[in-house]
Design a protein around this ligand. Structure first.
Ligand code: SAH
Length: 799
């Protein structure tokens, strides 16, 4: 419609004389304005568009007496009015010029048979009750009367099915601090009124929580109102004493985040347009605040829950923390990379709450819980937050840091991921530790740098220079003066991988103290790196909350965590828009050392040649994709091209398509590249690519020697003959060694094998059993053997 209007305008500017429309044509355009099923703003915008179109096509359509044009005109006229009438003064109880009382309101309800709160009168009625609550001492309010009035309004909204013009006014009214105080005091009273005001608020809270899941505009008003309610009375969160089930609310908010329906996103855009015609019709005038204000309010509750020993409201906070931790701690390996119940917000909340919920008495329990969650977790972002939380607990209770060193000394007892976790945590606490700790720690790192297990070696290598830097800064001579550490530090710094751009979360530095601010937790770099995740809330949202408190004269209890500095957007950091789905983009290569790769999201379709994926173009017989992006030697890539083509794969992915033209590539590929889809997939894009492949039904299998790998071709997932004293003594359960029918196979780089960040998203690994002393096979050989095995398993099955 907008396009038509603009087009016609331009045309008339060029030639003012134009063809007049027939009545039937105008009627048809007008009938468009009655399209059913559109949400509010879209429908209003549509009416404005229809009216504009009619005016343009035929400025005097009114005179022609088109019957329906009247209705359209009338609707557009009404749009000039405010969105709701809450700005208008309600009439109840003010006839004698006195301040309204609840009794006068009840009289009005009775006399008008509730019509004084119906339809457009609802919003002004809510507003005047709120004004009354604002101005009246809770002690002067009769619980029974308040209950009557609130029930009447609640029922009215219920009759109207809680449609938007009703629902948006309820939270601020029902959970008004005065209502909460009246409710709690009544429950504590020796002679309670007997009315069930707590029951009403309870029901309303549950109902509105549920409604907010589908109607995102309720989220922010509800959260903002409940936030004020929590702070209204020390017993507000003690449900046995007349308070409300805040723990349920908060847990539900964090664990089952509301999704923002596309129709609301469309309303946002429609409101933006409508506002250009009618400036008072903003999104907020219909729906109030956007969802992120809900997050700001809930987080604000979390870090301000009052610490009143007599009421022991931290009890509630502790329960919330325990409930959040429980499912994480309770996971049994192997843990899937993406579990539907897990989300980043849970960990952010745990990090925030552990700050004040962990004390002398429960510190070991929390350390155990969080560590247990960490050592089975593979998703880098989750690991990052768990490590941060654990390190902060050690920081606050340094008497326990010996645990890190003791466990690091027990290589036999722990899995590689556990050891890697311990090293990371040691690294995080090192700046706040003593020289003794650091010396013992770097000694362990030195040994682990020689580990045959990639994961451990990577972690140890990466940590050494960082600890060394800390030692220089602190003047820890026992480290800086020790030739073994000096040599190790110098050696690792010369490795390419140490100097590579920090595009993974694993190498992202965090200062567990300085970064521990609301902004650091909710807008840290770790959210925009690797597979970016939308920010739930920003610095500005917390500021908005503070500003609104000031203008309302509302004084919340003191904050426990600083807001922190505003994030300066660096030139190449693209922050995904809040609440919109993570956009997928093709990755670009990090140019030079300093470019920070922030978006690893990759659009699979962009990688395929036009005309769809190769599997469709030219039905290749093996439903297998081979990812060779970690490999850089052109000879090896040429060999893999030959193998992939020979075994009929769907596609081969390599880091740089230019390599196909390299003479060494050609020497081994023997023109196989002409008959095979070879696509470019940058190394940085591999984790995102693999996640995407999984969503398309591929199982992602690494061809790699890891401590968990299944032996290729064996089904039971056990190492068939375990030689005492040889490679593996641990009776750990292994992955199975057969290959899935539809799979994405990943090979590792010649030097490093499969990197830790890629391992993190791989479903399972298989390894080729060898008996000689040579450490590993050439990558071409490994690829060839794996593909032969795929055909052995699936060759006879029908496509
Ligand atoms: N990780 C080895 C070197 C990697 S060899 C090391 O630390 O020395 C290069 C790649 O070939 C590996 O990443 C893996 O994908 C594959 N590979 C080599 N030998 C293998 C074997 N026995 N089983 C499975 N994959 C193997």
């Amino acid at each position: 419609m907008h396009g038509l209007i603009e087009g016609l305008k331009t045309r008339y500017e060029r030639s003012p004389t134009h063809h007049k429309l027939e009545i039937s044509e105008i009627t048809e355009i007008i009938s468009l304005s009655r399209l059913p099923g559109m949400p509010e703003v879209a429908s209003d915008l549509h009416s404005v568009h229809c009216q504009k179109l009619c005016d343009l096509l035929d400025p005097d359509s009114q005179s022609k007496g088109v019957p329906t044009s009247e209705a359209l005109r009338a609707k557009c006229q009404k749009l000039e009015d405010p969105v709701d009438h809450s700005a208008l003064q309600a009439t109840f109880g003010t006839s004698d010029g006195e301040l309204p009382t609840l009794q006068s309101f009840i009289n009005d309800l009775r006399d008008s048979k509730h019509s004084c709160i119906q339809g457009p009168a609802f919003a002004p009625a809510c507003k005047s009750v709120m004004e009354f609550l604002d101005r009246t001492e809770p002690a002067k309010i009769d619980a029974n009367e308040l209950h009557t009035v609130l029930s009447a309004l609640w029922e009215e909204a219920e009759i109207r099915d809680f449609i938007r013009p009703f629902a948006v006014h309820l939270p601020a009214l029902l959970f008004h601090p005065t209502c909460i105080i009246v409710c709690v005091e009544d429950a504590l009273d020796h002679f309670p009124s007997g009315c069930d005001i707590q029951g009403l608020l309870w029901t309303a809270m549950k109902r509105l929580m549920k409604l907010s899941k589908g109607r995102s505009y309720i989220l922010a008003v509800l959260a903002r109102s409940l936030r004020k309610a929590v702070f209204a009375h020390p017993y507000a969160i003690k449900s046995l004493r007349g308070g409300l089930p805040f723990d349920d609310y908060i847990l539900d908010f964090i664990n089952n985040p509301a999704s923002i329906g596309t129709e609301f996103l469309f309303e946002v855009v429609a409101a933006d347009k409508l506002q250009q015609y009618l400036p008072h019709r903003t999104y907020a005038s219909y729906y109030g605040m956007r969802e992120w204000h809900a997050y700001a309010a809930v987080i604000d509750i979390l870090h301000r829950i009052p610490n009143d020993p007599y009421v022991s409201s931290p009890e509630t906070a502790r329960n919330i923390l325990d409930e959040l931790e429980l499912p994480w701690e309770d996971q049994k390996p192997p843990v899937a990379v993406k579990c539907p119940w897990k989300n980043t917000f849970q960990l952010q909340a745990m990090l925030l709450m552990s700050h004040y919920c962990v004390d002398d008495i429960n510190v070991e329990i929390h350390l155990d819980y969080l560590t247990r969650a960490l050592v089975v977790e593979s998703w880098p972002r989750y690991r990052y937050l768990l490590e941060w939380a654990i390190a902060r607990i050690y920081r606050r209770f340094p008497e326990f840091t010996q645990r890190i060193l003791i466990e690091l000394g027990n290589l036999e007892e722990y899995s590689p991921i556990h050891i890697a976790s311990l090293m990371k945590i040691g690294l995080l606490v090192a700046p706040y530790e003593t020289q003794d700790f650091a010396v013992e720690f770097i000694t362990h790192l030195n040994s682990y740098s020689a580990s045959p297990k990639v994961q451990i070696r990577h972690e140890a290598n990466f940590a050494v220079p960082i600890v060394f830097d800390i030692a220089i800064e602190k003047g820890w001579k026992r480290i800086t003066g020790n030739p073994a550490f000096v040599g190790m530090n110098a050696f690792i710094r010369r490795l390419d991988k140490f100097n590579a751009s920090p595009w993974t979360i694993r190498t992202l530095k965090v200062d567990i103290e300085e970064d521990f601010t609301l902004t650091g937790i909710f807008q840290g770099r770790y959210l925009s790196i690797e597979t970016p995740e939308p920010e739930l809330v920003t610095h500005e949202d917390f500021e908005a909350l503070e500003r609104d408190d000031q203008s309302d004269g509302f004084n919340p209890p003191p904050a426990r965590i600083a807001l922190g500095n505003k994030i300066k957007p660096s030139f190449d950091v693209v922050t995904p828009a809040k609440t919109t789905p993570v956009p997928t983009t093709t990755t670009t290569e990090p140019t030079g050392q300093i470019t920070l790769q922030t978006k690893a999201g990759i659009d699979l379709d962009n990688l395929h040649p036009p005309g769809g994926p190769p599997s469709m173009q030219n039905a290749r017989p093996a439903s297998v994709m081979l990812v060779a992006s970690l490999i850089d030697n052109p000879t090896n890539l040429g060999g893999l091209s030959r193998i992939s083509e020979s075994f009929g794969l769907e596609a081969l992915y390599i880091d740089d398509l230019k390599k196909v033209a390299h003479k060494d590539f050609k020497a081994t590929s023997v023109r196989s590249e002409k008959h095979l889809a070879i696509n470019e997939l940058k190394e940085v894009g591999v984790p995102a690519f693999l996640l995407d492949a999984k969503s398309k039904g591929y199982e992602v299998v690494g061809i790699e020697q890891t401590d968990r790998s299944g032996i290729l071709g064996t089904e039971d997932g056990k190492n068939d003959v375990v030689d005492e004293g040889m490679i593996r003594k641990e009776a750990r359960s292994q992955d199975i060694g057969t290959l899935p029918k539809k799979c994405c196979l990943v090979l590792g780089s010649e030097k490093e094998g499969i990197s830790a960040e890629v391992l993190a998203v791989i479903d399972r690994n298989v390894e080729i059993k060898t008996v000689g002393v040579t450490r590993s096979l050439n990558v071409q050989t490994a690829g060839g053997i794996a593909l032969y095995e795929w055909w052995r398993e699936w060759g006879n099955s029908k496509a």
